[in-house]
Design a protein around this ligand. Structure first.
Ligand SMILES: NC(=O)C1=CN([C@@H]2O[C@H](COP(=O)(O)OP(=O)(O)OC[C@H]3O[C@@H](n4cnc5c(N)ncnc54)[C@H](OP(=O)(O)O)[C@@H]3O)[C@@H](O)[C@H]2O)C=CC1
Ligand SMILES: O=C1O[C@H](COP(=O)(O)O)[C@@H](O)[C@H](O)[C@H]1O
Length: 599
């Protein structure tokens, strides 16, 4: 193992006038500990001075880790975004060797379409930095073993190693420098001295010196595990595997509870072991390119911000659809449902970014302050403003698609919604009376996430006659297509070229694939990098979370207490018709209904 005492021990003694042999030995020891000899003996590159980062994926054997986290880490490595000294550790109960983990991870790694250069080589290099430790999520002992392994990679010395090293070094010094004579006389004093010295070093270790080159050993834990074991894992990681001399951060995956009370309890429990600054609550939609671009679009273009209010905007629609069901995740999903899975977090976060006031700066706290304000200005969702649905089996082209309740992990009589539509309102001066409509569903006809902003009619429009009776066709609509095939387009009215005066609705289209050759990074890449860099802007603060739950908790309770039946819709359809009635109540037509060729 690579071991070295501190390079920058704060307690280095200054020469004393009359040194006793023990004092002399102490100076010798300390002078050796602060020289490069240690580095050379331990095999360190003595010129390197960067900190280390260890990223532990807790739940490494799971779906999210394989699908998203390891590939994102590789992509960051490929792009040269990870710190020079990084190590990736997989941690889970499954038994695996390092080689088996590498094999598992290697199957999930892909090279960027536009960058295949040296990809194989890079993968090999990356995999060499990946290791595995098998352990229970509630075992401090297992996390302590992980800690030991992490230290080996970080070049941090343990107390036990330190003791043997000091004894060894004392021996060497004593032997070579002729202190043997004094040793027997001074043995007791010396042992006391060594023990004091170790105490000093242990203290130093806690306050940031006992590492490679005296630099910080930083640790990031990604909790990619089911929520019922979050607290056990955090408790053990914080007590037995947090960094002694750098930062320790924990990325917590959703769900953050299932209502206001359970979320508050989770936050309270997390805060027993971590400070708010150490907690990175991830909502991967905040890492999506077009969601990040929302503020740029709004605050850096003069043409949008003046229109961004009830004066010009008629309604805003936040639409999420997937063309597959809960396949494989029914057990988790049935406990949460689509409102908790998508609306309370992903869609509400987008809404907050969309509707917030201009932040004082781009600092995380300034942005999060504005998001909280807008969330707290919202009216809790009312039962009459919600429509729920659940997909049923459907056969098409000789293929039978399953019903939600066909999933073996879902109770046959489950009322859990796999679809929901809702109308929300922000009771502030900017948005008073503007419906914010949300729609989210699984097993629908397409996979899409988009924001649609429908503008008001042009007052006294000279060209009304040219649109016939359907004035909706004459209003502008801004569409931000988050995925797939990212785009921002604005529907405008335009004269059809020719001698007559015929108008049509066309798109001013910023189609990302046509405009930018660079592939768009996955949301997890951005968020992992931000967590490593300590950038909190795209992570959820606890007061944001409280505000978000306050909006949905009452209606979720009511739906469950009253056992409201979902409206059944066929797998692969456009969802329940009730969603259209809900929109119609607010004089709105869903924008994704095929009026628009780009939709
Ligand atoms: N998968 C996804 O697409 C998404 C997942 N998430 C969230 O990310 C987290 C991880 O998700 P995912 O990877 O799908 O989860 P998994 O169900 O795959 O669980 C991850 C790992 O946790 C361990 N584990 C599973 N169940 C239990 C249990 N009951 N008790 C103890 N350990 C268990 C298993 O590892 P082992 O047995 O080896 O210990 C498993 O490999 C969850 O919080 C989820 O809600 C969020 C967004 C999307
Ligand atoms: O958080 C979740 O998100 C996924 C959808 O993510 P995307 O990036 O593929 O759009 C969803 O399938 C899952 O149910 C939910 O938990």
């Amino acid at each position: 193992m690579a071991i070295r005492p501190p390079g920058a021990v704060a307690t280095k003694v200054s020469p004393v006038e009359k040194e006793t042999p023990i004092e002399k030995l102490k100076s010798e020891l300390l002078s050796v500990t602060s020289s490069n000899e240690w580095d050379e003996k331990a095999g360190f590159d003595i010129n390197e001075n960067e900190s280390t980062v260890s990223i532990t994926v807790v739940g490494a054997s799971g779906d999210l880790a394989k699908k998203k986290i390891f590939p994102a880490l590789f992509a960051l490595y490929y792009e040269g975004c990870l710190p020079k000294h990084f190590t990736v550790y997989g941690y889970a109960r499954s038994k695996m060797t390092d080689a088996e983990l590498r094999n598992m991870v290697s199957k999930t790694l892909t090279c960027r379409i536009d960058k295949r250069e040296n990809c194989g080589e890079k993968m090999e290099e990356f995999l060499k930095r990946c290791f595995y430790h098998s352990g229970q999520y509630d075992s401090e002992e297992n996390f302590a073993q992980l800690d030991k392994k992490l230290k080996e990679h970080e070049g941090v010395v343990s107390d036990a190693d330190l003791l043997s090293m000091i004894i060894f070094q004392s021996d060497v010094l004593v032997g070579y420098r002729g202190f043997r004579l004094f040793l027997s006389d001074a043995l007791c004093t010396m042992l006391t001295y060594i023990s004091d010295f170790i105490d000093e070093l242990s203290l130093c270790q806690k306050s940031s010196t006992l590492s490679r080159g005296g630099k910080a050993s930083n640790r990031l834990f990604y909790l990619s595990i089911p929520p019922n074991i979050f607290i056990d894992a955090v408790k053990c990681a914080s007590s037995s595997a947090s960094s002694g001399n750098g930062w320790t951060r924990v990325i917590v995956e959703k769900p953050f509870g299932r209502d206001s009370d359970s979320s508050a309890a989770l936050t309270k429990a997390l805060k027993q072991y971590l400070t708010e600054d150490q907690i990175f609550r991830i909502d991967h939609y905040l890492g999506k390119e077009l969601v990040e671009n929302l503020s740029v679009l709004r605050f850096s273009n003069l043409i949008f911000e003046p229109l961004w209010s009830r004066q010009y905007i008629r309604n805003v629609q936040l639409i999420f659809s997937e063309d597959f069901g809960t396949e494989g995740r029914g057990g988790y999903f049935d406990h949460y449902g689509i409102i908790r899975d998508i609306m309370q977090n992903h869609l509400l976060q987008i809404l907050a970014l969309f509707a917030m006031e201009t932040p004082v700066s781009l600092d995380a706290e300034d942005i999060r302050n504005e998001k909280v304000k807008v969330l707290r200005s919202m009216r809790p969702l009312q039962l009459e403003d919600v429509v729920i649905g659940q997909y049923k089996s459907h056969s098409k082209g000789g293929v039978t698609y399953p019903a939600y309740t066909d999933d073996k992990t879902v109770p046959k009589d489950s009322l859990t919604p796999t679809f929901a539509a809702a109308a929300l309102f922000i009771d502030n001066a900017r948005w008073d009376g503007v419906p914010f409509l949300m729609k989210a569903g699984k097993a629908l006809h397409n996979k899409r996430a988009e924001i649609r902003v429908q503008f008001r009619h042009v007052p006294g429009n000279l060209y009304n006659r040219n649109f016939g009776t359907d004035l909706d066709q004459a209003t502008n609509e801004l569409v931000i297509r988050v995925q797939p095939d990212e785009a921002i387009y604005l529907k405008i009215n335009n004269k059809v070229p020719g001698l007559g005066m015929r108008l049509d609705c066309s798109n001013l289209n910023l189609h990302y694939a046509a405009r930018y050759s660079k592939e768009i990074p996955d949301a997890y890449e951005r968020l992992l990098l931000d967590a490593i860099e300590g950038e909190r802007r795209l992570f959820i603060r606890s007061d944001e979370l409280d505000a978000a739950w306050s909006l949905f908790t009452p209606v979720l309770a009511e739906l469950e207490e009253k056992k409201i039946m979902p409206e059944y819709y066929p797998y692969g359809s456009r969802g329940p018709v009730g969603a259209h009635y809900l929109a119609a109540r607010y004089n709105v037509r869903w924008g994704d209904l095929g009026l628009d060729q780009s939709a």
